[in-house]
Design a protein around this ligand. Structure first.
Ligand SMILES: [Zn+2]
Length: 355
């Protein structure tokens, strides 16, 4: 609890359903959680609308719920605000985020704005936002997450996740390995700045990183066990944020680097891919066994260099220099002022991120 007085709010997801080939049973679970719902907005991208939505539609209709299709073309605040206004006039009971980062974040944000319940129905395991109460959209004044709300129901059909392009699930591994850094940054901020530190949520976030690292072979091979571990770890990392009441346990300097890179790169990589490289860079600064982490990341197939990320060395250096300014109140190993250009370049070279 926060010792400085005031209440500390803990948010937990109420229902988490994970299973194999369970998509046809979605309606039943939905009905149990929302006994009186009649209209549900399903927010998704075009690919998911073709490939997965028909299953969801049928499952909802089977239990007497009418789905309303909402296609989200990008993950910007302006798109999200248009969706919010559209849905305000409908008598929507529940919002369902069906897809990856974009649809999940938009539905989370829209549900929060509209004061409605929401369901997280991920189709990829690319980041821990599938279970966290924080939304990340382009066009906020800063490229960091904002408080939204926890899903009332998280529904994961592992068969759907396993069919997604491998790249997304590898990104999820990268996002999780980042907790080795974020937890250390948090502890540092506690020691040096007296920031509130929650041992329990920190341990939970760290556990999710250790858990995927222990199963890196299964994750690399894409076995059923590997996917199960990955999903469990993503869920518990999201829960760690809900317990902490902030993204602190799951987002430190490795995320600041990833956020900065998303601003400066012409072709930004997936969030979890950038976090993977951020973890190597910040692991070096923290003096942890960053080479071991790099080996594991490589084994799984995650990018570990600028080239593999599809960005230029210059963009990596620029992102490193800018990282500390992205969220000045979040103290990390980068310190208050961040890295100088020459320190950034040295770091990127020492870790082999650039040649
Ligand atoms: Zn993340």
């Amino acid at each position: 609890m926060n010792a400085e007085g005031g209440a500390h709010e803990i948010e937990l997801p109420r229902n988490v359903i994970v299973g194999f080939g369970i998509s046809s049973r979605f309606g039943k679970h939905f009905r149990r959680v929302f006994p009186r719902a009649e209209l549900a907005a399903v927010i998704m991208g075009n690919t998911i609308r073709r490939k997965v939505y028909p299953l969801v539609k049928e499952a909802l209709e089977d239990v007497g719920v009418t789905p309303v299709e909402v296609v989200a073309t990008d993950a910007s605040v302006s798109t999200a605000d248009i969706i919010v206004e559209d849905l305000r006039s409908d008598r929507i009971d529940v919002l369902i985020g069906l897809g990856g980062g974009r649809s999940i974040d938009i539905s989370k944000y829209a549900a929060y704005k509209l004061g409605k319940s929401w369901v997280s129905y991920p189709t990829v395991a690319s980041h821990d936002g599938i279970t966290s109460p924080f939304a990340s959209l382009k066009g906020f004044d800063r490229p960091v997450s904002r408080k939204a709300k926890m899903p009332n129901l998280i529904f994961i059909d592992v068969n759907i996740i396993m069919k997604a392009p491998r790249r997304y699930n590898i990104a999820g591994f990268g996002d999780l390995v980042g907790k080795f850094i974020s937890v250390r940054d948090w502890r540092l901020a506690h020691k040096l700045k007296g920031e509130y530190y929650g041992e329990y949520s920190a341990s939970l976030a760290l556990l999710s990183a250790k858990h995927v690292l222990a199963f890196y072979r299964e994750i690399a091979l894409g076995t059923v066990e590997g996917y199960r571990v990955l999903l469990e770890a993503l869920v518990s990392s999201g829960v760690a944020m809900g317990i902490a009441g902030s993204t602190r346990p799951a987002s430190g300097s490795e995320h600041l680097f990833a956020h900065a890179l998303s601003l400066v790169a012409k072709n930004p990589p997936l969030h979890g891919e950038a976090v993977a490289v951020g973890t190597i860079l910040m692991g070096y600064l923290h003096g942890i066994k960053w080479r071991v982490l790099r080996r594991r990341l490589r084994f799984v197939g995650a990018p570990t260099t600028a080239k593999e990320l599809g960005v230029t060395p210059e963009e990596v250096i620029e992102a490193l220099v800018r990282a500390a300014t992205i969220r000045p109140e979040r103290y990390t190993i980068l310190g208050e002022k961040g890295l100088t250009r020459s320190a950034a370049e040295k770091l990127a070279r020492a870790t082999g991120v650039i040649d």
